[in-house]
Design a protein around this ligand. Structure first.
Ligand code: ADP
Length: 492
């Protein structure tokens, strides 16, 4: 296969700017593609938090003034470049001072509220990407867009730039990381975003339920669409998971592909993890208990080697099924287990979990902060890892857990269903414990099955090792993306 020119566009890229899994994917996938000899370059907005010196950003003479017009209003962007750390991937940072020189990526940290002009911010960024390509005289085969923030690019290419010779060979791929975020704005904003009137009224590509929906338009205009697991690709064509977009996703089903996110095993590997109290592998699982001890210390729980310890690292939001844990906490604690929870998010979950931790001081401990180091120690020190999500496009922690011999207990949805195989005592096969129904009873049933297996040391070690053998490295996924790019290239 000939090498492709791929322009990967994302509103966040790790380590420059990150609010979630998207940033990790936006760094790891381009790096994996580069390793496969593809000509891949990244584009992202330059937010204030991105330090020029720290990342050695350089001016690009050709990108001193990038004129970007939307609805008759011209703004001027400028571009700088740097390498993605530890790779040869070029990153272009596009700067429009009045839109991006502020604290925060999507929200004002002072108020915790979304910026009021987010639609405009990312529309200008999206159009600036296209203009930048022309100034660089770089004609990509594929522009790989991600989420609603870059979903206008396919539309601009097929309308504003439709007749430009320069883009005749360029196709677009749009990746959906979480259907819960669609870029929904008032309809009357359309002209300012360069969206034609007919596409912003009932029946138009960008209209849904009387509102402007940027993701919907992106889904309809992109040449191919991907999402982050095979199961989620099926789920989102149904009303339960589609958040109103199931109709258009069904319409595009032929061009919709599910590709699992990968894991960066240079960061998540118990053999090399510098945050662990003791490093270990499948042959030295006995050392894992040292991490359990350190973990109990950190959470101020009494260390009991034989007591099953369940860990959670999660955003405290409805998606993650925290309410099942809150509602089931008395039943869970009756089983004599211990639990540690690390998370940030909604107040109501924090209040409920804090009260539960006070009720069960020897068994349950919680930390409400974002702490990378502690997240690693939980993977290394817990016996089991719980993810009772309502929906989960891919999910990363269950894949980390498998690698760490920390047996996942997950709800069978999205990426969780695709990566964790329910243990069958009859055949002795499986890597974790799964449940289907979104209910406290179903979750407890899975926990009880896990606790039963934990009693038998040989069985438990077998389950741990089966998980540790799984390989979710990015290389596999990057190959699948290449196939999608090839298919998109062939589209008319
Ligand atoms: P989502 O992107 O929906 O939050 P994922 O499982 O795909 O869920 O990715 C979450 C990532 O963020 C994981 O790497 C997880 O370890 C990390 N994470 C979430 N909350 C915290 C926290 N409070 N402290 C440290 N890491 C966290």
């Amino acid at each position: 296969m000939e090498s492709l020119k791929i322009c990967f566009v994302s509103s966040e890229v790790s380590p420059f700017a990150k609010t979630g899994g998207l940033a990790d994917v936006a760094a790891a996938l381009p790096a994996a593609l580069k390793n496969m000899e593809q000509d891949v370059r990244l584009m992202m907005p330059k937010y204030r938090m991105i330090n020029d010196r720290k990342y050695v950003l350089r001016d690009v003479i050709r990108l001193r003034e990038v004129h970007v017009e939307l609805g008759g209003k011209v703004r001027t962007a400028s571009g700088k470049t740097a390498f993605l750390p530890n790779t040869k991937v070029h990153v272009y940072f596009l700067f429009i001072p009045e839109l991006f020189d502020r604290k925060g990526i999507y929200q004002d940290p002072a108020t915790g509220k979304d910026f009021e002009d987010n639609a405009e911010r990312f529309a200008y960024f999206s159009k600036a990407v296209v203009e930048t390509l022309k100034l660089l005289y770089w004609q990509p085969d594929i522009i790989h867009c991600n989420e609603w923030q870059t979903a206008l690019i396919p539309y601009y290419l097929k309308t504003v730039y439709a007749d430009e010779e320069f883009f005749q060979g360029t196709k677009t791929v749009l990746t959906l990381h979480n259907l819960a975020y669609q870029g929904i704005f008032p309809l009357d904003l359309a002209p300012q975003l360069g969206i034609e009137e007919n596409e912003a009224q009932p029946g138009g590509a960008f209209e849904l339920n009387g509102q402007l929906n940027l993701l919907k338009g992106g889904i309809l205009y992109a040449d191919a669409i991907t999402t982050v697991s095979e199961r989620y690709a099926q789920e989102i064509t149904t009303a339960e998971f589609g958040f109103g977009l199931e109709g258009v996703l069904k319409q595009r089903q032929k061009d919709l592909y599910g590709i699992l996110n990968g894991v960066d095993y240079s960061v998540w590997n118990p053999e090399t993890d510098r945050y662990l109290a003791a490093k270990y592998d499948a042959k030295s699982l006995d050392k894992k208990v040292e991490n359990k001890k350190a973990l109990c210390n950190q959470f101020k729980l009494p260390f009991q080697a034989e007591t099953p310890l369940i860990g959670m690292v999660t955003r405290l939001v409805e998606q993650k099924g925290i309410d099942l844990v809150v509602d089931g906490i008395d039943e869970l604690m009756k089983r004599g287990i211990q639990m540690v929870i690390l998370g940030t998010g909604e107040e109501k979950y924090q209040t409920a979990l804090k009260a539960a931790a006070e009720k069960y001081p020897e068994q349950l401990a919680v930390h409400f902060k974002f702490d990378e180091k502690l997240a690693h120690l939980i993977e290394g020190g817990a016996d089991m890892f719980l993810m009772p999500s309502r929906f989960e496009p891919c999910g990363l922690n269950q894949m980390y857990s498998l690698k760490y011999g920390t047996v996942p207990i997950v709800r069978e949805t999205g990426g969780l269903a695709d990566t964790v195989e329910n243990f069958d005592p009859q055949t002795g096969k499986g890597t974790g414990f799964t449940f289907q129904e979104f209910s406290v009873e179903a979750m407890l049933d899975a926990v009880d099955r896990a606790l039963g297996a934990f009693q038998d040391k040989a069985t438990w070690a077998k389950i741990q090792k089966a998980g540790m053998r799984k390989d979710f490295s990015w290389e596999n996924s990057a190959k699948k993306y290449l196939k999608v790019y090839e298919k998109a290239k062939k589209k008319k």
